[in-house]
Design a protein around this ligand. Structure first.
Ligand code: AMP
Length: 499
């Protein structure tokens, strides 16, 4: 009907206009439409200054609350619109139908308490729970921020509570392995809060801090052990951490764990767990080495749920700016960018560097220039790492320098700008780094320095920029667009040992 009316209007217009002018009018209209579309597109892409200002500067608390709600809802909508693919044996059975509400799970109130502030299950939760609550081995390809901690956390609690019906004793029955200490701590925070509502105790085991309190916690009895591979292995070898009753195992960020070269530790730890166990693996990508690990330790045909894509692609909510420059001009450019992006000194800006020494140098250089900054890198004592991260998270010090230890997994709210002072060793790390901004439906900016030394990655970076509809600078194209063929699953392993 509408179409017919439009056609009719168009016909009338051509009847009204004198000969020769018709084509011109239509041409002008087309031009106008094109201009309008272009403007809309630009508006969508550009990050307005007001969006970069801290919310509190915008006025009343009411406004702030509404804006948070709106962006949260937008984030949820975007998460919902992602494609979900489910594969594996017998996945279409009615009992595995995705949940549309938390109530539909029929779980007790105390178990669902951790979901109280959420309207409905996120896609990964909605798809994972039916399988996990029915004891299936599960592979989830989902990014951090998708709600995956609760996706495996709630079924883990249910598993433990069922086991506790046989014996009330608090012994480790669930193990969660994480590649980094910060991610382990984040998971532990979520699970200990969720567990406290139903009498499940957790402990977080990671290196860089004294073993004493961790050993005491283990001795006093825990149900869930969350840890990083190195410390876990140490404590097992010391005979203070027994995993023989662990029948629910989660490998979080499995690809990163193998990238970091933890495969021997992971294998050694898994071999200590109960042979009859439920295995859950979460990974952002699915390289061959992770696939092999799954084949070895999981059911022959586990369920695999992919939220979005298995291929790494950048978050389209992030405006990517790549600046090709000379190595020595990076410091001055960094000062200029901070003046531009961090003028208010209240918005969160994350600066990524490659090496630990570089992180310390950039931190003190910025401090000398009067910027209040903290840093997170592998040369720092764990206590200082944790402190820096919490100062950044709570906004007391919203400027942080970090190596790739902070590139993945961390759910830091409202990082408005990511600056890549040094380009990472892989394009995957680039995508993870810039993914620290533009979260929960918000827009973000990623400003990247690219130097001659990074030229081998130019082709891959061009592809990432193109896929996300970003501007590809001519200066980057000069390095060529050749993309080196990847050795499948061949993990740039030890190279990563820089954080
Ligand atoms: P992840 O790191 O993947 O566990 O995601 C954690 C983030 O997702 C946190 O900010 C949670 O508050 C948020 N989240 C978890 N579950 C939901 C849900 N069902 N709806 C909305 N946000 C959620």
């Amino acid at each position: 009907m509408e179409k017919r009316e439009k056609k009719h209007k168009k016909k009338n217009r051509s009847e009204e206009a004198p000969n020769g002018e018709v084509a011109e009018v239509i041409k002008m209209e087309k031009k106008e439409k094109k201009e309008k579309k272009k403007k809309q597109k630009e508006k969508k892409r550009s990050i307005e200054v007001s969006e970069l200002e801290p919310l509190s500067a915008n006025g009343s608390e009411e406004k702030k609350k509404r804006k948070i709600e709106e962006t949260k809802e937008k984030g949820e909508e975007e998460e919902d619109s992602k494609t979900v693919s489910v594969s594996g044996e017998n996945t279409t059975d009615k009992k595995y139908a995705p949940l549309t509400s938390f109530e539909q799970s029929n779980l007790p109130e105390n178990v669902l308490q951790c979901c109280q502030s959420f309207k409905k299950p996120s896609p990964i939760q909605s798809h994972a729970w039916p399988f996990l609550l029915n004891d299936r081995d599960f592979i989830g390809i989902a990014a951090t921020g998708s709600g995956k901690t609760i996706a495996f956390g709630v079924p883990a609690l249910v598993h433990i509570l069922n086991k506790k019906k046989q014996s009330k004793k608090a012994i480790p029955r669930c193990l969660v392995l994480s590649p980094t200490r910060e991610l382990a701590q984040q998971i532990s925070d979520v699970l200990s809060e969720a567990g406290s509502a139903c009498g499940v105790k957790t402990v977080c085991l990671y290196g860089g801090t004294s073993k004493g309190p961790q050993i005491s916690a283990l001795k006093s009895g825990v149900d869930v052990v969350i840890g990083t591979p190195g410390r876990m292995k140490d404590l097992i070898e010391m005979g203070v951490c027994s995993l023989k009753e662990v029948s629910f195992v989660v490998l979080d960020e499995a690809d990163r764990m193998l990238d970091l070269g933890f495969e021997p530790e992971v294998r050694a730890i898994l071999s200590q767990t109960c042979s009859v166990r439920q295995m859950v693996m979460f990974s952002a990508t699915w390289p061959l080495a992770v696939h092999q690990l799954a084949q070895e330790f999981m059911d022959p045909n586990p369920v695999k749920v992919v939220i979005g894509s298995e291929d790494l692609s950048a978050n389209h909510d992030v405006m990517q700016i790549v600046e090709v420059l000379d190595d020595r001009s990076r410091d001055d450019r960094l000062f200029a960018l901070l003046e531009k992006y961090h003028q208010s000194k209240r918005n969160r800006v994350l600066v990524f560097v490659l090496y630990k020494k570089e992180a310390a140098r950039v931190e003190s250089m910025l401090q000398r220039k009067g910027w209040k900054a903290v840093s997170v890198h592998g040369d720092k004592a764990q206590h200082d790492r944790t402190k820096a991260l919490s100062l950044f998270k709570e906004g007391t010090c919203p400027l942080m320098i970090a190596t790739d230890v902070a590139a993945r997994g961390l759910d830091i709210p409202d990082v408005e700008v990511v600056i890549n002072y040094s380009f990472p060793l892989t394009t995957e790390d680039y995508v993870h780094r810039i993914g620290r901004t533009g979260r929960a439906g918000k827009k973000g900016v990623a400003h990247t320095f690219f130097t001659q030394a990074n030229k081998a990655l130019a082709g891959e970076l061009v592809n990432v920029l193109r896929e996300a509809g970003q501007v590809v600078p001519a200066s980057l194209m000069k390095f060529g667009t050749h993309v080196k063929k990847k050795v499948c699953g061949g993990l740039n392993a030890k190279l990563y040992k820089c954080g």
